[in-house]
Design a protein around this ligand. Structure first.
Ligand SMILES: *Cc1c(COP(=O)(O)O)cnc(C)c1O
Length: 380
């Protein structure tokens, strides 16, 4: 099946009891058993629920994987992957990491004896210096948040395979429409489905997609034992959101391209981070592993201090000042005090997250209105 067909049909059959075309919201915690153990595959909704099961099959299909697992948030999905590890195990990850992931690694799992190494992944060879017999996981994000760096997934996967290390790719920023890390060799694809997959800023959810049966069984055991699984209503919302993923992503990319070029030519703007520019350091890799360049763009305002940046970021009318991304509506965010506030200032600035940096999640409104909004606030 092609992508545009999978988003609408994968995992979804007309409901056997009624013929309902849309998967019903099975709002139940438990299931009738004819005699102990004699049931229709569902026992208790922490572990299995029909609405969630349809969503998980769809999620797996979108990343061309055999298995999908839905979690109650992106962080819950990450938490499950981390619970594959034991004290003393080591993890290699990037310096430019989602703030919540960085916080979980350094303030939760470091206390459980997991050791983290942060490498500059713009060159995958930088990983090698940290590999030893205790290295069990490589965790990457691409494009990175918020400076839109590109990590060569196939190159990292070649290294992880050589050393038999599990490679997990957080594919939230690209969505499965733009990039499929599993096809490039990643063992686990992780998503915050809160973002592009859900697409309407109305639900928080996470997902893991993978092929390996043994790894799936381990992750399902963690998922069912720890219980951070989403309810049927949220599963329904994401299933419904996914039906327009391809249409939304096309519009995000088109608007993103216009906004990126507008910002690049604006006299008040200094740097613009967007992988679609030919002078982006890893543009060629982005072109190779992504279908298009998406609607996430960050930029710095020339000579602006924190105060001026605050004034600008509070003056938008079409873009809303908010955390999160990937919804139909355009959002603007001040990473230094919002999404990345939990990262120490020095580490943050080294990663380019300065006080004059803004991140845009370009939505699917009319591009003219978005450009007018940007024009107006940059003249302040
Ligand atoms: C939002 C986000 C997460 C965390 O997901 P939640 O659904 O908010 O728990 C992880 N990684 C990236 C890149 C994100 O944008």
């Amino acid at each position: 099946m092609k992508f545009a067909t999978k988003v609408i049909h994968a995992g979804q059959e007309p409901d056997p009891s009624t013929g309902a075309i849309m998967t019903p919201i099975y709002q139940t915690s438990t299931y009738w058993q004819k005699s102990p153990g004699d049931h229709q595959g569902f026992e208790y909704s922490r572990g299995t629920n029909p609405t969630r099961k349809a969503l998980e099959s769809c999620l797996a299909a979108l990343e061309n994987r055999r298995y999908g697992l839905a979690f109650s948030s992106g962080m819950a999905a990450t938490d499950a992957v981390m619970k594959l590890l034991k004290p003393g195990d080591e993890v290699i990850t990037g310096t430019d990491l989602y703030g919540g992931t960085y916080r979980m690694f350094t303030r939760i799992f470091a206390d459980y004896g997991i050791v983290f190494h942060f490498a500059d992944l713009s060159d995958p060879q930088n990983i090698k210096q940290y590999i030893n017999e205790k290295t069990k996981l490589i965790w990457i994000e691409t494009p990175t948040n918020p400076t839109m760096q590109i990590v060569d997934i196939a190159a990292v996967s070649a290294i992880s395979k050589e050393h038999q290390i599990i490679l997990t790719v957080d594919n939230t920023f690209a969505s499965p429409y733009l990039q499929n890390p599993g096809d490039l060799g990643a063992d686990i694809v992780m998503h915050s489905a809160t973002k592009y997959l859900g697409g309407h800023s109305d639900v928080v959810m996470g997902a893991l997609m993978l092929d390996d049966e043994e790894l799936y069984k381990k992750l399902w055991f963690i998922y069912n034992s720890c219980g951070a699984t989403p309810g049927p209503m949220d599963s329904f919302l994401v299933l419904r959101g996914i039906k327009t993923l391809h249409l939304r992503m096309k519009a995000h990319c088109e608007n993103g391209r216009k906004v990126a070029h507008f910002l690049k030519s604006h006299p008040e703007v200094d740097k613009v981070y967007w992988p679609g520019f030919e002078d982006h350091p890893n543009h060629e890799i982005a072109k190779k592993q992504m279908k298009d360049f998406g609607g996430m763009i960050s930029f710095t305002i020339k000579g602006a201090d924190a105060e001026k940046t605050f004034r600008i970021v509070s003056s938008f009318k079409v873009f809303s000042l908010a955390e999160s991304l990937g919804g139909v509506e355009s959002l603007v965010n001040h990473p230094a005090t919002m999404t990345h506030a939990s990262i120490p200032k020095e580490t943050r600035e080294k990663a380019g997250i300065t006080d004059n940096l803004l991140r845009l999640s370009v939505g699917v409104e009319d591009a003219d209105d978005l450009l007018d909004d940007l024009k107006r606030v940059l003249d302040i």
